[in-house]
Design a protein around this ligand. Structure first.
Ligand code: SF4
Length: 494
C-alpha cells in the first residue's frame, strides 16, 4: 500500500529498519532581535539532524501577542515560506524539531508537535523540551486524576500542567516548581511575553548553550545553530542551571535543583551532535577523530583501506587511518539527496533498503582488505547489508571497527532505541555478533577508550562515571521509573 501522505513513509527511518539511534529533539530560542522567528527557523534548520519528523515555532510580539506554527517535515520545506513567517512576528521566539520518543512514535499528531503553550493568570508561556521524562506516566496519571486535560500524548506536556498547578507567583518560579517534580533528562527552552528561559536537568544529560547576537541572546541545543545565525558562543548552560533572559538583555542565573555530579550523554560525542559543534570546549569532530585513534590502538588489523560508513563514521575513520597508517578512502558513497524523495514508492523501491542511501565505490574496493568504521551497531541489519555490498563489489576481507562500545541497553533519556531484546549486543557476544554479521573481524572501542577520546585521560571512573553511558554499561544515572513499572529489568548491581 502506498502511503496516503508524503510523510507517512519515512525512508530515513525505514531503510535502516530501526537500526540507527535517533536523537529526539532540538531546541532553539532567541530574544532581542527583530523577527526572532526567522532566526529560530535558521537555528532549527541547523538542528535538523536532531529531529526530522516535525517542527514548531512560538513567538511573541507586544502588539500581536503570541503566535505559533507547527508543521510536519523539514524546517526548510515549511519555515522558509514568507506567507508563514509573516504570521510569526516579534522579538522573542522559541522553536523545536522533533523525532518522537514518547508520544505517538512514528505517527506524530500535529498536537504532539512542540513548543507547547499554556495560558496562566500572569500571562502565557511556551516550552520546548529535549530529553525524556522518566516518570511521565506517573505524573500524567496524577495530573489527569486531579483534573488536567491533556492535549497531546507527549510527556513534555506534563511540564505545562505542573506549572498550571503551581502556586508560585511568576512563570519562571512555576517552571522551577514543575521541573523539581520531573525525573529524567531535560533541556528546556521556554518563553513568556518578555523573557527567554533555558533550563538543564541536574545531571545535564542533554546539551544547551547560550549565544549572543547583537543586543540579544540565543539558546540552542548545539553551537552549530549559533553559527548559522551569526551568534557568538557565550557558554554552556550548566547542569541544573536555570537562566532567565529579559527582552532588555538582563540575565539571571539560578540553580534550583539539588546539585549532583553531571552525567552528560557520551553518545552526543559519538554520534548525535553535529561534528562542527563544540561540546565541553572540544570540537565534536576532533573528539570523533580521537575515537578513531583510540580504536586503532585498541583494535589493530592488517588491511589495505580504512573506509567510513558515511557520514557519522567519517571522523573516526580518519583518526583510525592516521593512527594505523592504513590509507583512508571513500569506499562507500552516500546519496546526499536521500530522504523522503519518493512520495508513492513501489514495493521494489522499498526493498532496495540501504542501497537507496549508500553505494559502494567499486573501483576502489575490488580485491582490497577493507576496514569499515561505523559509529555504532544497533540491530545489525544495516551492517549486514553494507558488508554484502562491499563483498559484492569484490572486497577480499571486511573488518568492522565500531566507534562506540556495544549498545546493549536502551536509552530512556531522549534517544530512540529499540527494545533491549532487539539490540544485537544485548543477546550476543562479540564473536557471535561477528558471525551474525558475517565479517572477518568485528571490534568495538572499549568504554575506557571512549572516555579517553572525550578527554578523560584516566578513563571511566567506575564508582562515579563522568558521563551517562547507560546504553553501553546498563548503569542508569536516573532510574527509569515508568519503564520499570512496565517490566523493564535493570542490570543487577555487581
Ligand atoms: S543512555 Fe546512552 S544515548 Fe541515552 S543519554 Fe545515556 S549515553 Fe546518551
Amino acid at each position: 500500500m502506498p502511503p496516503a501522505h508524503p510523510f507517512d513513509f519515512d525512508y530515513a527511518r525505514d531503510d535502516d529498519c530501526g537500526d540507527t539511534l535517533h536523537e529526539e529533539c532540538g531546541v532553539f530560542g532567541v530574544v532581542g532581535v527583530t523577527d526572532a522567528a526567522n532566526f529560530v527557523a535558521l537555528g532549527l534548520h541547523a538542528l535538523q539532524h536532531r529531529g526530522q519528523e516535525a517542527g514548531g515555532i512560538v513567538c511573541h510580539h507586544p502588539d500581536h501577542g503570541f503566535n505559533s506554527a507547527r508543521r510536519f517535515g523539514y524546517v526548510r520545506d515549511n519555515f522558509t515560506k514568507q506567507s508563514l513567517m509573516e504570521t510569526l512576528p516579534g522579538p522573542l521566539a522559541i522553536g523545536h524539531v522533533r523525532y518522537s520518543t514518547a508520544g505517538s512514535k512514528g505517527q506524530t499528531a500535529i498536537r504532539d508537535v512542540q513548543p507547547f503553550f499554556g495560558e496562566f493568570s500572569m500571562g502565557g508561556a511556551a516550552i520546548a523540551h529535549n530529553g525524556n521524562i522518566t516518570n511521565a506516566d506517573a505524573l500524567r496519571k496524577e495530573l489527569i486524576e486531579r483534573g488536567s486535560i491533556f492535549q497531546s500524548s507527549s510527556d513534555s506536556e506534563c511540564i505545562i500542567h505542573l506549572m498550571a498547578r503551581s502556586l508560585q507567583r511568576t512563570i519562571p518560579e512555576r517552571m522551577e516548581d514543575a521541573l523539581r517534580r520531573v525525573e529524567g533528562a531535560f533541556s528546556v527552552v521556554a518563553m513568556t511575553r518578555t523573557k527567554l528561559i533555558g533550563v538543564r536537568d541536574p545531571l545535564g544529560v542533554r546539551p544547551l548553550v547560550l549565544g549572543k547576537i547583537g543586543d540579544g541572546y540565543a539558546l540552542s541545543s548545539e553551537t552549530c545553530a549559533l553559527d548559522i545565525i551569526g551568534a557568538e558562543f557565550v557558554r554552556e548552560i550548566e547542569p541544573g542551571e536555570m537562566i532567565v533572559i529579559t527582552d532588555k538583555g538582563e540575565i539571571e542565573s539560578t540553580q534550583p535543583f539539588r546539585p549532583r555530579p553531571s552525567r552528560f550523554c557520551i553518545f552526543e560525542h559519538v554520534y548525535f551532535s553535529r561534528p562542527d559543534s563544540i561540546i565541553g570546549g572540544r570540537s565534536v569532530y576532533e573528539t570523533r577523530r580521537q575515537i578513531g585513534v583510540e580504536l586503532a590502538r585498541e583494535t589493530p588489523v592488517e588491511a589495505d583501506l580504512v573506509c567510513p560508513v558515511p557520514d557519522s563514521g567519517t571522523p573516526a575513520a580518519i583518526g583510525y587511518s592516521q593512527e594505523s597508517g592504513i590509507p583512508y578512502a571513500m569506499g562507500i558513497i552516500r546519496n546526499q539527496y536521500m530522504g523522503r524523495t519518493f512520495i508513492e514508492p513501489t514495493e521494489q523501491i522499498r526493498n532496495m533498503g540501504v542501497r537507496l542511501k549508500l553505494n559502494v565505490n567499486r573501483a576502489l574496493i575490488r580485491d582490497k582488505r577493507v576496514i569499515l568504521v561505523d559509529d555504532s551497531v544497533v540491530r545489525g541489519t544495516t551492517s549486514r547489508k553494507i558488508k554484502e555490498m562491499i563483498l559484492d563489489a569484490g572486497a577480499k576481507e571486511v573488518h568492522f571497527r565500531i566507534a562506540s562500545p556495544p549498545t546493549a541497553w536502551p536509552c530512556f533519556y531522549g534517544v530512540d532505541t529499540p527494545q533491549r531484546e532487539k539490540l544485537l549486543a544485548a543477546t550476543m557476544s562479540e564473536e557471535e555478533m561477528r558471525e551474525h554479521l558475517g565479517v572477518d573481524s568485528l571490534k568495538f572501542i572499549s568504554l575506557d577508550g571512549l572516555y579517553r577520546a572525550v578527554g578523560e585521560a584516566e578513563g571511566r571512573k567506575a564508582d562515579c562515571p563522568q558521563y551517562c553511558d547507560a546504553c553501553f554499561s546498563g548503569e542508569y544515572p536516573v532510574e527509569p521509573a515508568d519503564m520499570i513499572e512496565k517490566g523493564f529489568v535493570m542490570k543487577a548491581a555487581e
